[in-house]
Write a protein that binds this ligand. Sequence first.
Ligand code: BV8
Length: 246
Amino acid sequence: MLRQAKQPSVLTGAGVSKESGIPAFRDALEGLWARFHPQELATPQAFMRDPKLVWDFYEYRRELMRPAKPNPGHKALAALEKRFPRLPIITQNIDMLHEEAGSTNVISLHGKIAANKCFYNCQGDPTPVDVTQIEWDKNSGPPPCPHCGRAMVRPAVVWFGEMLPPPALGEAKRVIGSTDLMLIIGTSGVVRPTSEMPLTAARNGAKLIEVNPFESEISRGVDLWLQGPSGEVLPRVVELVLSDEA
Ligand code: BV8
């Protein structure tokens, strides 16, 4: 199916980063954070209610992600560009491991955890803030925005109830409207609007291949389910596709 594809695309979720040691979004977290579900904290309301709690939650996840390296699954997707240059990778992940693995066309639907911005976007959406240039008491939660001094600085990720960034969403829609084969990797298919993208692609005639060790919300609608961890399945798939070039 991949060999015949003219415009393949990829959609990834937290599962593709599991073998890099990053817990998936719905995995239980350790220690202090075990009693929280990320969903409760990944909202603007939670941040307004308790900015320090939410800020510390992201600092904790940034610490978790810092040592993480691309795994064989990320690397296989980057290698696939030998056959499909600029292979679009629509990702829900905020860890930037696809870019680190060498993928050149990553569409980040939910932002990047390493980035911060003004909560009010006081200089326009988004108003990036580089916290390494700010001196503040790190135990007091987020610093005030250095531009407006009114709002607090927040992680530049998309929270529940927030719109996806129009540039990324527009790019994803263009890919979905033209792809003839979508590889869907490591997503539970729960979070909208991303979870609707495979079906939209299929309605436009695309074939769907899912890579996931467990059944997901989209498994019933795919043409082929490769059941297994992406760090093992993807290298074998990509080797097959690239070897027939020889
Ligand atoms: C929006 C960034 C429109 C932050 C994330 C009620 C109130 C408010 C909103 C809603 C509501 N009901 C529904 C909604 C919409 C909501 C939504 O979908 N909620 C869900 C929970 C029902 N969506 C939104 O709010 C979105 N915005 O709709 O705006 C709007 C706005 C205003 C007004 C009107 C309309 C915004 C959603 C974005 C949220 N931000 N992340 C952060 O990370 O802190 S989402 C978060 O979930 C992560 O990005 C994560 O990637 C994503 C999805 O999860 P998955 O990636 O699928 O990960 P998960 O853990 O679920 O699954 C892992 C999978 O991997 C599993 O299937 C597992 O089997 C598999 N796996 C495990 N090991 C491996 C593996 N696969 C491969 N290899 C392995 N080794």
